[in-house]
Design a protein around this ligand. Structure first.
Ligand code: CUA
Length: 146
């Protein structure tokens, strides 16, 4: 009979042990989910912008909302490594930096991040590449590497 397979104590313990092991390998939840209605009150999105975290290393926290990025103009030094941390307060947007491999889908309720090192000076265009409504085509921001 099928239920006999797990009726002894050793079998039950190994099942519990396996579940504990599996949950120990779950990704950290602190940065993956967010209440989209409380983005403006939830760190780090309560203070969007650029923060230096090391030697030419930065975090850039950005909030996406139809039809713009906050902040929408950022300057960083040449050679900077930047971790982009993004979320949306409304619908699905895209986060693409033209000329780089940075390309993320930004969905409400989730935090996404990606790190990139800017070796070349210049003006980089950050653009939304997911259709998000009537203002989609004007949804962009500017990143200047000086
Ligand atoms: Cu936001 Cu398209």
């Amino acid at each position: 009979m099928a239920y006999n397979r797990c009726i002894n104590v050793n079998c039950l313990l190994s099942t519990v042990g396996y579940q504990a092991f599996a949950s120990g390998h779950a990704p950290p939840s602190d940065l993956t989910k967010i209440d989209p209605e409380k983005v403006h009150d939830t760190p780090p999105f309560d203070e969007p912008g650029l923060k230096q975290i090391g030697d030419n290393e930065y975090e850039l926290v950005m909030v996406l909302q139809s039809f713009g990025f906050t902040p929408n103009k950022v300057e960083i030094p040449q050679g900077a490594t930047v971790k982009f941390i993004v979320t949306s307060v409304d619908v699905v947007h895209g986060f693409e930096i033209a000329g780089t491999r940075v390309n993320m889908m930004v969905t409400p309720g989730h935090v996404n991040s990606m790190t990139y090192k800017f070796n070349e000076k210049g003006e980089y265009l950050i653009l939304c590449n997911e259709y998000c409504g009537t203002g989609h085509h004007v949804m962009s921001a500017q990143l200047e590497v000086k």
